[in-house]
Design a protein around this ligand. Structure first.
Ligand SMILES: CC(C)(COP(=O)(O)OP(=O)(O)OC[C@H]1O[C@@H](n2cnc3c(N)ncnc32)[C@H](O)[C@@H]1O)[C@@H](O)C(=O)NCCC(=O)NCCS
Ligand SMILES: Nc1ncnc2c1ncn2[C@@H]1O[C@H](COP(=O)(O)OP(=O)(O)OP(=O)(O)O)[C@@H](O)[C@H]1O
Length: 199
């Protein structure tokens, strides 16, 4: 069965993904695929450069992610334009990667870490969805701590570009609350893993 892993920005998806990997799951990260589809030579990179201009490229032709982020995370219309270029390519790659991994090793649990799983209407593609939850204030705090270049307002604005995390928690099949210590999260994962193994 394919399982979806989601949450909000800086809620702890990668942290939980690593705990699941430790236990034997195979996790495919949509943020990683989003990087692959804009590598030099990929059609999506050419399209991004055409629409957003040379200022979003480094001198060697690779994507300047910080420069592009500074444009799109401050402008919903431009973010939607970027998503229109990248999301179809990311989705296709996710499907291919999961199918390939499942064919190679059907006994394992295959998990897709997709930050925008609910926003992009993909929940139905997964048998179960696990949401990594922290309250909005903790999201903003951890995002600001991880990205010192952002002001508190910019960190809050990035959080608010996504669906409210309380709504994601309501829609979830499983919830891991990552607002406590890493040890507390690990303990929740141990219990959840036993449940997952019985699927
Ligand atoms: C704008 C880009 C180049 C900035 O790159 P950067 O390396 O600084 O950030 P990174 O990709 O690691 O994303 C960090 C986090 O930002 C959030 N985020 C990314 N894209 C979006 C988006 N379209 N809407 C809301 N939040 C987003 C996610 O929580 C993600 O985990 C990049 O985020 C991007 O290409 N975004 C569009 C593709 C997309 O929607 N990716 C989300 C996963 S499918
Ligand atoms: N339980 C915790 N206690 C304290 N800090 C934590 C905890 N879990 C994660 N963090 C920190 O919070 C930040 C966000 O965690 P992580 O990168 O796992 O989130 P994410 O949901 O994958 O983020 P994004 O979607 O933005 O890539 C990281 O700096 C991480 O080290």
């Amino acid at each position: 069965m394919k399982i979806g892993l989601t949450g909000g920005i800086a809620s702890g998806k990668s942290t939980v993904g690593a705990l699941l990997t430790e236990r034997g799951a195979v996790v495919v990260d949509a943020d990683q695929l989003a990087r692959e589809v804009v590598l030099p030579g990929e059609p999506a990179l050419a399209e991004v450069a055409r629409r957003f201009g040379a200022s979003v490229l480094h001198e060697d032709g690779t994507l300047d992610r910080k420069a592009l982020g500074a444009i799109v995370f401050g402008d919903r219309v431009r973010l939607t334009e970027l998503e229109g270029i990248l999301h179809p390519a990311i989705r296709q790659r996710m499907r291919e990667r999961l199918d390939q991994l499942e064919a190679e090793d059907p006994g394992r649990l295959h998990i897709a870490d997709v930050p925008l799983l609910y926003e992009t209407g993909q929940a139905a593609a997964y048998g179960r969805v696990l949401v990594v939850y922290v309250p909005r204030e903790v999201q903003v705090q951890r995002l600001a701590a991880r990205s010192p270049e952002l002001t508190a307002e910019q960190a809050a604005a990035r959080v608010d570009l996504q669906m409210d995390i309380e709504e994601k928690r309501r829609r979830a099949d499983w919830v891991v609350d990552n607002s406590g210590t890493r040890e507390e999260t690990r303990r929740q994962l141990d219990a959840l893993w036993r449940e997952m193994m019985e699927l």
